[in-house]
Design a binder for this molecule. Sequence first.
Ligand code: PMP
Length: 397
Amino acid sequence: MGLLDKFESARAIREQLSVGGHDPTAVVMEQILSPTEGIVEGRNTILAGTNNYLGLTFDPACVAAARNAIESQGTGTTGSRMANGSFSAHAALEQELADFFKVGHGMVFSTGYAANLGTLVALLNPGDAVLLDADAHASLYDGCQMSGADIFRFRHNDVESLEKRLQRLGERAQDCLIVTEGLYSVMGDCAPLVEIAALKEKYGALLLVDEAHSLGVYGDNGCGVAEAQGVMDQVDFFVGTFSKSLGAMGGFCVSRHPELDLLRYLSRPFIFTASSSPSIIASTHEALKQVKGRPELRETLWRNADRLYQGFNELGFETGPEVSPVVAVKLGAKEAALPFWNQLLEKGVYTNLMVPPASPDQHSYIRCSVSAAHSREQVEQIIEAFGSLKHLLQADG
Ligand code: PMP
């Protein structure tokens, strides 16, 4: 097979995805009007699939911080953290994140993906054992894979399955790493971190929690699911991203282990890429301040999440197991899901479509992410749009 022949399968995927009209992976936001509104195909569209949980992308203080940073420090760092790309703002943000999680040590990376890759490849070596939730994000899986460690996947959020694997590891369990997320972004379900942390203690393992979707959303201070479940002290490494509730781009790892400060010498995804632009670091710093100082954003977010979840259930849609700012609706076969997603878009509601093999089981899902910036009317319009298309699913059963 020639190098280019394999693209035939990608062409087939693209064609399949386009049968309902538009390819859901190729939507272009022609204009962004606000955190929750844009123009897509010339139409005013409610953005209901953006991970913009707190709606901070247009927050005046975040925008001003970014603008000031560009004016005072320039548009980019033009280099990596280990060379010319460490500005005082990067170091300050590392400390702020560490303080926020009440641990001593922090590192920032250029993306959330790089944070996961960079942390895992430095932590794990070939021959180490890592226990990874079966539905963990690709960046967690890729980091484990790249490290060369032995990967043992446990059933999603299944504590029994995790313990079985720990038992099978025997003495190796003492040095293994358990990797999980706080809030899972496909179905909007939370990890049972209390039970996972108890197992980690019982077997002497280390625990890494990715709070990408839960930072700013869960916990009294917005630290995430570990805070909400009262187990922050048992987490060895927190990773997360700036690209969701913080409204920018970048990632971090924080830890109570002082070894984190040495991780930067071993982490190729940290060493061999340019550091985040000053504007990104500045708006993230401001957004983190807002997470701490504006709990009312979380309250509005949860009010909207409750209403959307309840609205879908009243219409008879099958949703995820618990209310969260990620609200997924199960749609069955891909053939039904594609036209449903397309017609939602035509009705002016942008959502995320997940079809096999990218969805966790053989079903298709439409995922909404709720924002504190959604108005009550927008939430009702989203519910109404779903309701008006329910007939499309009847034929599919
Ligand atoms: N972890 C999780 C759980 C994610 O969902 C994502 C992104 N969707 C990432 C990490 C990567 O973050 P980023 O897109 O900011 O690189």
